[in-house]
Design a protein. Sequence first.
Length: 211
Amino acid sequence: MSYQDTARLAAEHHLEIYGGFHPEAGGTLLMLGPGAGVWEHVSAAPEFGHGDDPLDRWSRRVIGAMAETLGAAAVFPFDGPPWHPFQSWAQATGRCWESPVRLLVHNRAGLWASFRGALAFEARLSLPAAEAPRPCEACPAPCLGACPVGALGPEGYDTAACHAYLDTPAGADCLTRGCKVRRACPVSASFPRVEAQSAFHMSHFHKSGTN
């Protein structure tokens, strides 16, 4: 199997390869994230008819089946503890970097960067070159100062302040449309993500009380 085979199979489920790299131990790791139309596709899946964590269960089923087809091992960010180092892996692809607000920024998804899973191959697959330089280099950083309560900034993430704001009437904008800081990123603005998807993640984040 090849990188191109994986990309084609991922596209059938509205997923994209967010980058890949060759670990020091050998082989290839390909990172998978949401693509255009993913929310319409996944929210119609059987996992969304019942039970908790439907998106994680969908990811496990779909990416698990992809791994079996491709002869790879499926790895997920929600398996743990111990947790897999998805943030470090993402930066190793050359397509994700730390943003001015410390969140990961992806060259295509911007601050909407998220991962549904990864595929680990024993073979060393040929990888395309990184598509673009770090987008923050030529950006005026509208993400800085975008948070109404200063919960996200260069010092890190004050999750307590974020949750407190989400409990106010003004916080409904972030709950239903997605984090204002993430929305402020010019790369995020051009990425095909619908508000219903952001509302799902924000609701899960706020109910769980975790980042």
